[in-house]
Design a protein around this ligand. Structure first.
Ligand code: TLP
Length: 347
């Protein structure tokens, strides 16, 4: 048993006994031959949820995003993206290394771009410029603090992209959180993107796995790149079974994570030197500023660790906390007590 309350990420969850049982019982086959029935069921289920023609199971969110980018572009193309997005910052430079694209970064408001910013960033058809080919969006936005992309903005961005002949890829690693928080069905978000990646290994609590969804011909192309990049897996129905279990049992409970995140934000706001706006906490991610505490992020992480709480220091001045399946409301109260011990209450 992990003795720490681990708020570093929602990726740290361990499969529950019931999920392990589902994995144990999974029917499997060789998925590189397309013969794993559990993988096929998961792919159909996710394609159905997102109302796309097809979906493909891949090992990670990073692979899901990068093979999508690769499938939409040619080397030298430009991809419009928000400057703090995951695909630009935290995927090892894969866009440049694997697809030969260049990113055109735009600064969003807590990760959310205005459609007019995208419209302005699209290059004219002139031989001096790279060809703008793709727009990447992230919903919820991780670095933005779990921010939800408003549906109308996504619709407007898609309209602009279509009118200029561009594709839209949605990094929906936490699209489930956006959907549970708003009551907007995942397919309503997915309709405003040509391709969507979703993760099973974050809030949903599966040990591994993401999917890419899109048209049949797009998924055919993505499948080739999954193979090329070494992502073809064999009896991986064991993992797909965990994903199916997660979709059937762990979706609705995301609202508990959202309540816990809000509780953290409200409690943190009472503490000395901490700057946070609880109304900005829309899902399961809490980001706060510690400049006024006089401590660095690394120092805070060390201090909370001594109290049994693991956190992620984004930078010298910013901390991120993520709530998830393995964190109870009691754990949140304990974490708040530890933060109070470190920072003290505001007077
Ligand atoms: N995010 C992880 C870390 O990589 C930072 C986290 O702890 O939040 N898109 C988004 C929006 C993500 O947040 C992540 C992972 C990914 C893609 C990549 O997924 P994996 O880790 O499965 O490659």
């Amino acid at each position: 048993m992990n003795k720490f309350i681990d708020l570093r990420s929602d990726t740290v969850t361990r499969p529950t006994p019931a999920m392990r049982q589902a994995m144990f019982e999974a029917e499997v086959g060789d998925d590189v031959f397309g013969e794993d029935p559990t993988v096929n069921t998961l792919q159909e289920k996710v394609a159905g949820l997102l109302r796309k023609e097809a979906a493909l199971f891949v090992p990670s969110g990073t692979m899901a995003n990068q093979i999508s980018i690769k499938s939409h572009t040619q080397p030298g193309d430009e991809v419009i993206i928000e400057s703090s997005s995951h695909s630009y910052n935290f995927e090892g430079g894969a866009g440049a290394a694997l697809s030969g694209i260049q990113f055109h970064c735009l600064k969003g408001a807590r990760g959310i771009l205005d459609p007019s910013q995208i419209e302005e960033a699209i290059r004219p058809d002139d031989h001096h410029f790279p060809v703008t080919k793709l727009v990447c969006l992230e919903n919820t936005h991780n670095r933005g603090g779990g921010t939800i992309y408003p549906l109308e903005k996504m619709a407007e961005i898609y309209r602009i992209a279509q009118s200029k002949g561009l594709f839209v890829h949605l990094d929906g690693a936490r699209l489930w959180n956006a959907s549970i928080a708003t009551g907007i069905h995942p397919h309503e978000y997915a309709q405003w993107a040509d391709s969507v990646s979703v993760c099973l290994s974050k809030g949903l609590g599966a040990p591994i796995g993401s999917l890419v969804a899109g048209t049949k011909s797009f998924i055919h192309r993505v499948h080739r790149f999954r193979k090329m990049f070494g992502g073809g897996m064999r009896q991986v129905g064991l993992m797909a079974a965990a994903g199916i279990y997660a979709l059937d049992h762990h979706l609705e409970r995301l609202k508990e994570d959202h309540q816990n995140a809000k509780r953290l934000a409200v409690g943190l706001k009472e503490l000395k030197g901490i700057s946070i706006e609880p109304k900005h906490v829309e899902t399961n991610i809490v980001i706060f500023d510690i400049t006024e505490t006089g401590m660095t992020g690394a120092q805070v992480a060390e201090a909370t660790k001594k109290e049994g709480i693991l956190i992620h220091a984004f930078s010298k001045t910013q901390i991120r906390l993520v709530t998830h399946l393995d964190v109870s409301d009691g754990d949140i109260e304990e974490a708040l007590k530890a933060f109070e011990k470190i920072f003290g209450k505001k007077r």
